[in-house]
Design a protein around this ligand. Structure first.
Ligand code: BES
Ligand code: ZN
Length: 636
């Protein structure tokens, strides 16, 4: 059973939900109804239990008649179970319709309501959701477990264009904006339909002054792809992603199976969006920090597209098996890099990922269960506490290790296809995945391949703790080499006075942004450089003023690492200003950046970290706010 849900989905499960929503920007709430078409799975089931979190429920109907319901006491993580009585004598295999009328409240964790100052255009407010891992229940009563897959239809009324993780029925995306009505003033009803069953965490909504541009059609594909953004960003966003998006998707189709969601659009959100990317079905959400003007952060798009197979297609059964989503996706994302660019790019991505993995493993030294690939969650444990690079990089390395153990891509890719075809549309556990793997190679490889699989130390991969992988992995480091060499020269220069250093701005010429990241990360692995060196490095290479957030993060990690230095204090101030958008309310809410930077500042100057956060607390997404509060020890 899903340890994060209170729903009785083994007895009765939603097949389709109809969402009728009104978005109220003045009151900052969504009000409406959710109508579930449920399938009975067990004779005489007497109630249906939905997950909810901070919803204001006003009425419940079963088959059109008022029903008895009970909102149970709130669990701090799982929320309040909504119990609804059903008529007696229900038979397995039959269906029943349940409608819940409700409003979201000011404590809705899934939604962030931005005022106009927090948008690019400054003219209209903005709303967006983040439901993964367990916040769909804060938007609608739902069986909030990835073990239940639902189709949905939505009729959403808003004074601003509304987007959902589904296929637009009306008004047309490529017609006049806001159906030809006045943006910000006239209410328009947007109709969406998601015919492919999806897990609840892929439910998503956004509403704001956004416009659409289609990417050029790719060969004779029967899907469409395009980009949504505020008008001020649409040009830059189109440029950043138009080359790669359709190429990535077409390559995934070649490696795996055809795309089945029909539409692959990207929405660029305001900077408080708490993730780099989120693979909402038909509509990936991304942070605007990807818009660096050099297309160097498009691997995030490769990642989110690949979730169409691993996650949105084959879904993890619940939080304990989360690595099946992220590990597989990361493995495949890096394979895309190899196919589209070169084997060196694949190896380079593993090298950068490995550093993140080791750092995150070390963070969990006091909670070793989160160092495991397979986390045995207790009922009601918060999956966000376990969120780290572990499922991504331990997972991707396990798959890579299996690929190599079996003899390489030629023998491995046919299996990948079989895996996806076998479980497409289903939700599975690690045990089911492993049984299929053995089954496939028993049939298609025989004893030799099974023996190869048996040589893998499954126990160590699944349940191993500590800060290293069960196997020492070798990666192609040819792209990292120049970066590592430059770092070694800086390391060797530590005893010299800065006035005598032989470094030039042009040292970084020819480095792409990943190589700059690798250079700064390598430097972090040595003893701290003298403060004067760090300041000189910053002024020479402009790494503390770059618009590339990946590079800037690494520089702050480097410069804040030794709290005893003047450089640490100087850059702690700068880092604080950067994260809160210099007080404009345009905070950099991607948790990878803001959580790490707040933690680093905290290590240098606790008061600065806490004061900075408190000043702009309400500009962060509720999820980020909660996690930063924990990181800064403001709550437990
Ligand atoms: N699905 C995740 C984001 C997520 C995971 C949100 C768990 C909430 C809970 C998404 O696909 C992701 O992995 N995003 C990464 C991007 C990356 C690894 C390229 C991110 O946001 O950093
Ligand atoms: Zn992912």
């Amino acid at each position: 059973m899903d340890p994060t849900s209170q729903a009785n989905y083994h007895q009765i499960a939603t097949d389709h939900v109809l969402l009728k929503w009104d978005i109220d920007f003045d009151k900052r709430l969504i009000c409406g109804t959710s109508t579930h078409d449920l399938k009975i799975l067990e004779d005489n089931v007497s109630e249906v239990i939905f997950d909810t979190l901070n919803l204001d429920i006003s009425n419940v109907n079963v088959e059109g008649s008022a029903a008895t319901y009970n909102v149970k006491e709130k669990h701090p993580v799982m929320g309040s179970a909504l119990h609804i009585s059903l008529p007696s004598g229900l038979r397995s295999g039959s269906s029943i319709k349940v409608t819940v009328e409700y409003k979201t409240t000011k404590d809705c964790v899934a939604l962030q309501w931005l005022d106009k100052q927090q948008t690019q255009g400054k003219k209209f407010p903005f709303l967006f959701s983040q439901c993964q891992p367990i916040y769909a229940r804060a938007m609608t009563p739902v069986m909030d477990t990835p073990s239940v897959k639902i189709k949905y239809t939505a009729e959403v009324t808003s004074v601003l264009p509304a987007l959902m993780s589904a296929i637009r029925q009306s008004p047309p995306s490529d017609g006049p904006a806001h159906g030809g009505k006045e943006i910000g003033k006239d209410a328009v009803t947007y109709v969406y339909h998601q015919p492919v069953p999806i897990p609840s965490y892929l439910l998503a909504i956004a509403s704001g002054n956004v416009v659409y541009r289609a990417f050029p059609p790719y060969e004779d594909k029967n899907w469409t792809s395009g980009i949504w953004a505020e008008p001020e960003l649409i040009e830059a966003a189109y440029w950043e992603f138009s080359e790669d998006t359709t190429r990535f998707l077409a390559t995934d189709e070649k490696l795996v199976v055809p795309y089945k969601f029909g539409v692959y659009d990207i929405l660029v959100l305001p900077p408080s969006f708490p993730y780099g990317g989120m693979e909402n079905s038909c509509l990936t959400f991304v942070t605007p920090t990807l818009l660096t003007g050099d297309r160097t952060l498009v691997d995030v798009i490769a990642h989110e597209i690949t979730h169409s197979y691993f996650g949105n297609g084959v879904t993890h059964a619940h939080a304990s098996h989360f690595w099946l989503n992220e590990g597989w996706t990361t493995y495949m994302e890096r394979l895309l890099l190899q196919v589209i660019h070169s084997p060196a790019h694949r190896g380079f991505s593993y090298s950068i990922g490995y550093k993140g993995l080791v750092d995150d493993l070390a963070q969990y030294n006091n909670r070793p269960k989160y160092q495991r690939l397979l986390v045995d969650f207790e009922k009601g444990e918060d999956p966000d506490d376990a969120y780290s690079r572990v499922p991504y990089d331990k997972g991707a390395n396990l798959i890579l290790h299996i690929e190599r153990t079996l003899g390489g891509l030629d023998v491995f890719l046919p299996y990948v296809r079989d895996y996806v075809e076998t479980f497409m549309g289903k939700s599975i556990t690690t045990q089911q995945w492993k049984a299929h793997l053995y089954g496939y190679y028993t049939k298609n490889g025989g004893e030799e391949k099974v023996k190869a699989l048996d040589s893998i130390d499954w126990n160590a991969w699944f349940y191993g703790e500590g800060t290293s992988l069960p196997v020492t992995m070798e990666y192609d480091t040819s792209l990292a080499k120049a970066a590592y060499d430059l770092a070694a020269r800086w390391d060797a220069s530590r005893a010299s006075d800065v006035s005598r250093l032989d470094f030039k701005e042009s040292d970084l010429d020819g480095f792409d942004s990943n190589q700059k990241v690798a250079f700064l990360e390598k430097l972090q692995s040595y003893d701290h450089l003298p403060s004067s060196h760090v300041e000189y490095l910053a002024s020479l290479y402009k790494v503390s003023s770059t618009h590339n957030a990946e590079i800037r993060l690494r520089f702050y990690q480097l410069s804040l690492a030794d709290p005893s230095t003047p450089a640490a204090h100087k850059y702690a101030e700068e880092a604080a200003n950067w994260i809160i958008g210099n007080g404009t309310g345009m905070v950099i809410g991607r948790m990878k950046f803001c959580r790490d930077v707040f933690r680093a500042i905290y290590g240098v100057d606790q008061k600065l970290a806490v004061d900075t956060f408190m000043k702009e607390k309400n500009s962060f997404h509720p999820i980020a706010r909660r996690m930063i509060e924990k990181d800064l020890h403001l709550t437990k």
